[in-house]
Design a protein around this ligand. Structure first.
Ligand SMILES: Cc1cc2nc3c(=O)[nH]c(=O)nc-3n(C[C@H](O)[C@H](O)[C@H](O)COP(=O)(O)OP(=O)(O)OC[C@H]3O[C@@H](n4cnc5c(N)ncnc54)[C@H](O)[C@@H]3O)c2cc1C
Length: 398
């Protein structure tokens, strides 16, 4: 076995890194996960995730965690209500029953079809908890922000911001979109997609945004208009997360030095940029319990490739950062973990480099297809006729 008596370091304990650790431990591999978060209780940011049958769910099944996953899903969370910019309801998945005979099979014809498919949805914090509980004690090394590494024997010595270091025979970067492991493998830089999102979270949303909270019925609301989108949904912890997404030049980010801690400034920006949208949307900005994150959407080149290294590789967003308009990033990260664990443990490869090379080729092909899909979705969701187009797809699916 390639990893017998070897030490594996996974840098980053997101969905990709954690499920990889679980899959390797099921094969008795020595693995540590170095995560920059201080501990497991740190609030997990980001949208709920829907897991797909052809990727995320396969990884969960291989990890023997499907039962735990289904215990923690939120059944109504994937149901969508579609409105226009004046908050007029145009489609409501809560009130219709799915007509399976209308299921659309050809994904490639129209990528927006992918986001009209209902899938089991789970809050990130719950999925992270399921994965964390599945790991052996002492697997997680919290408060370990990776800074750099240097060659030592046949492996690497890793250095962290807490002053500590650790040795590993194999290093796997699962440290997300701004990966610090990636530069050891590829110098290819991300490309701006033309779209920037502002993510807002309203805590205690039932009190702080009662109308929007109630309207969502525990599911998602998607609004399209004026080449802009607003998406929001509630989470199990009572918060509401919204995403404002528009075409914004890359230079805007540097030129408009917006202070994301100043809620009034963000509200003023919204009233200016979303001036054609009705005042119902202003409820997003009325509470004090509000937190923003700027998310300019970048992606790595579609045809990226690199020379495989002997003892370091990357998975998930570190390898194939992309905008979230097909809802695939976490699913891809988890599927990468599954395939990499198979390649490293199934005894088909004579050495680590060949196993990693086989994995990376397949990963990059898969990611290139997903990137094409998500960029097309991004374009369609921000096009002039976006609402009509999406409604026609939902009406064909249901
Ligand atoms: C708004 C939005 C909505 C999305 N919706 C969906 C969806 O519905 N479905 C879907 O499949 N995907 C979705 N995605 C994409 C998804 O979030 C990512 O693709 C996914 O989280 C990638 O997983 P990962 O494990 O590769 O990285 P991450 O989830 O980013 O995890 C990286 C981990 O590494 C840690 N880390 C980072 N740097 C270091 C360091 N230097 N040292 C140590 N640790 C470090 C981080 O703290 C984090 O825990 C969405 C993304 C966004 C922005």
């Amino acid at each position: 076995m390639l990893l017998e008596n070897k030490q594996v370091a996974i840098v980053g304990g997101g969905m990709g890194g954690l499920i990889l650790a679980r899959l390797l431990q099921l094969q008795n591999i020595n693995v540590k996960v170095y995560e920059r978060d201080l501990n497991a209780e740190v609030r997990v940011q980001g949208s709920p995730l829907d897991l797909h049958e052809d990727s995320g769910l396969i990884a969960m099944e291989k990890a023997n965690l499907l039962n735990e996953f289904y215990k923690n899903i939120r059944p109504n969370a994937s149901k969508a209500r579609i409105v226009n910019q004046n908050f007029e309801l145009k489609f409501d998945e809560h009130t219709i029953t799915k007509n399976s005979s209308k299921e659309i099979s050809n994904h490639n014809q129209d990528s927006l079809q992918d986001i009209s498919k209902p899938r089991p949805e789970i809050d990130r914090s719950e999925l992270r908890a399921v994965l964390l509980h599945s790991l052996l004690p002492e697997t997680m090394v919290w408060d370990s922000q990776f800074l750099s590494m240097e060659k030592e024997n046949n492996g690497w010595r890793l250095f962290f911001n807490n002053g500590k270091s650790a040795y590993a025979d194999l290093v796997i970067g699962a440290d997300g979109a701004n990966s610090k492991i990636r530069p050891y493998i590829s110098t290819q830089k991300p490309i701006y997609s033309g779209i920037t999102m502002i993510e807002g979270t309203i805590y205690n949303a039932k009190e702080n945004a009662p109308n929007l909270f109630e309207f969502s019925k525990g599911g998602k609301v998607l609004a399209l208009g004026n080449e802009q989108t607003i998406m929001y949904g509630t989470k199990g912890d009572g918060s509401l997360m919204f995403l404002l997404s528009s075409k914004i030049p890359e230079s805007w980010i540097a030129e408009n030095d917006l202070d994301f801690k100043d809620n009034q400034k963000i509200f003023d920006w919204f009233k200016d940029v979303y001036s054609d949208w009705s005042s119902e949307w202003h409820e997003f900005f009325t509470s004090e319990e509000l937190h923003f994150i700027l998310r300019p959407q970048y992606h790595f080149p579609q045809n990226q490739s690199w020379e495989t290294q002997e003892s370091v590789t990357i998975i998930g967003d570190a390898a194939h950062r992309m905008p979230p308009f097909a809802g695939k990033g976490a699913n891809l990260a988890m599927f990468d973990a599954f395939e990499l664990s198979e390649c490293l443990t199934n005894n088909q490869f004579s050495d680590l480099k060949t196993a990693i090379s086989y994995f990376e080729k397949r990963m990059l092909k898969r990611a290139a297809e997903a990137l094409e899909n998500t960029l097309k979705n991004g374009e369609q969701l921000h096009a002039e006729n976006a609402l009509e187009k999406l409604l026609s797809i939902f009406s064909k699916t249901f």
